[in-house]
Design a protein around this ligand. Structure first.
Ligand SMILES: Cc1cc2nc3c(=O)[nH]c(=O)nc-3n(C[C@H](O)[C@H](O)[C@H](O)COP(=O)(O)O)c2cc1C
Length: 182
């Protein structure tokens, strides 16, 4: 599985996702955008290498020779979490100038699962048009939106539920509270 982190707010979701994938022994290729590195520093206490250590392999977004840039490299899904509006736009327009946007382009051309945990509010018409364009191509637009019906006792629990719903999309069961089961 390819996991990419871009410079939108909410890297904590990516960290939780990587931890879960590691616990499930899923091999991961991690790409962190240069802008994401700045946002991680501004928003969190995570050291970049602590996040990178959660992945099986890490690549620079500038390394267009890395395996995820080729359709011959086998991966089942790509998850961009959080996904900025800039990266969304690049993917929607086939502008594959970084390893993240190239791997997403590969996902589209090879018809592999692509999940975008887009994060912005409010959305403008350009954002919405880009999301609609990609949704019509089968991309899953999965913004990290909380489910308050679980009656969370903490932000941590709320975040775990958000990541659990993304794990559901890639067929990994997590012990999240599900409607009808509580
Ligand atoms: C603290 C911080 C938070 C940001 N949050 C968002 C966000 O939630 N969504 C978004 O689209 N851009 C956000 N941005 C702007 C992106 O970082 C910027 O558009 C950048 O070019 C994205 O590049 P990338 O997609 O290559 O990582 C944020 C920037 C900063 C500094």
């Amino acid at each position: 599985m390819i996991v990419a982190i871009t410079g939108a707010s909410g890297v904590n979701f990516a960290v939780k996702l990587l931890e879960a994938l590691k616990n499930h022994n899923i091999e991961t290729d991690l790409i962190i955008s240069e802008n994401a590195k700045d946002v991680i520093e501004l928003e969190t206490d995570f050291a970049i290498d602590r996040i990178q250590n959660l992945a099986t392999r890490c690549h620079s977004e500038n390394d267009l020779t890395a395996p995820p840039s080729s359709g011959s490299y086998k991966f089942e899904s790509m998850i961009i979490i959080p996904c900025s509006m800039k990266t969304l736009s690049a993917i929607a327009h086939g502008f594959a100038d970084t390893l993240i946007t190239r791997a997403a382009d590969v996902s589209l051309k090879e018809k592999r699962q692509l999940i975008l945990a887009v994060r912005e509010s409010p959305f403008n018409a350009i954002h919405l048009e880009n999301m609609l364009k990609l949704a019509k191509l089968g991309v899953i637009i999965a913004p990290p939106i909380p489910s308050y019906y679980i009656k969370p006792k903490s932000i941590e629990e709320l975040n775990e539920n958000i990541v659990g719903r993304i794990l559901d999309l890639v067929g990994i069961d997590s012990n999240i509270k599900r409607w009808g089961e509580f």
